[in-house]
Design a protein around this ligand. Structure first.
Ligand code: PEP
Length: 257
């Protein structure tokens, strides 16, 4: 039986305003505080609100960033560095979210560079991978995940694996209300864990958290989190309502018990 601590992160995407974000952070902190010792809880607000949301979250929820640039500083208009994120109080960074890959056009190579930068800075990296609907229908789910995991983890030492969480997020399930069945999600997670074992060792594979993302909500969280290789969730829409997010955190805490 694995001792992996469940991980639940709220990806707010380009939502909220300053007042709404601070209120949401306060509500989340209040409603999940009891689970902070059992579940690793993160919130990823938009860049401009990092400071204010971080202050409102307090200590039970770690502040995170939705993205970062892979260079330390310089002429990169519009981009944000790891130092800037740390100044704002962030301890975790989403890397390669499907909206970055498929809407903004980030390549596997760029995702890998960002991930290495985050690790060099001593931050936690959440590497997001997952197949599109076309790829799933073509039977390519595992090969797409393998390509994205191999490339994302390229050059990452076994030691640094302790700072990585992998988020399996089938693109067709993100923001669509469609959820992978627990069995399909479990199969993808197990394949990713086997890949980590092949790339590193059974010890790293057993330790790494692999979380699911794609329309997770309180109503479906428990059955997904009951799967042996699903260690938590990355939550989009449901993270914008504190009671829904708290319901998922509670399900994660129960799955740990
Ligand atoms: C996400 O953005 O990572 C996500 C899983 O979104 P949603 O929960 O809305 O599908």
């Amino acid at each position: 039986m694995s001792q992996r601590v469940p991980f639940v992160g709220g990806n707010w995407k380009m939502n909220t305003d300053l007042a709404g974000g601070v209120q949401l952070a306060q509500d989340v902190a209040t409603s999940v505080g009891d689970y902070a010792g059992t579940v690793d809880i993160r919130a990823y607000p938009p860049f401009p609100y990092l400071h204010a949301v971080g202050d409102a979250l307090g200590t039970s929820v770690m502040l995170g960033s939705q993205d970062v640039w892979h260079e330390g500083d310089g002429a990169f208009t519009g981009e944000v560095s790891t130092d800037m994120l740390m100044d704002a109080g962030a301890g975790s960074v989403l890397i390669g979210h499907s909206e970055r890959r498929h809407v903004i056009g980030e390549t596997d190579e760029l995702v890998g560079k960002k991930l290495r930068r985050v690790l060099e800075a001593g931050l936690e990296a959440v590497l997001c991978v997952g197949e599109t609907l076309d790829e799933r229908e073509a039977g390519q789910t595992n090969s797409v995940n393998e390509r994205q995991v191999r490339s994302g983890l390229g050059g990452v030492s076994a030691l640094a694996m302790g700072s990585i969480v992998i988020a399996y997020e089938p693109v067709w399930a993100i923001g669509t209300g469609k959820t992978a069945s627990p069995e399909d999600a479990q199969a993808a997670h197990a394949a990713i864990r086997s890949l980590v074992a092949a790339l590193y060792s059974e010890a790293e594979a057993d330790a790494v958290r692999i979380i699911y993302g794609g329309s997770m909500k309180p109503a479906n969280a428990a059955e997904l989190l009951a799967q042996p290789d699903i260690d938590g969730g990355l939550i989009g829409g449901a993270s914008l309502k504190a009671p829904d997010f708290a319901g998922i955190v509670e399900a994660a805490a129960s799955s740990a018990g």
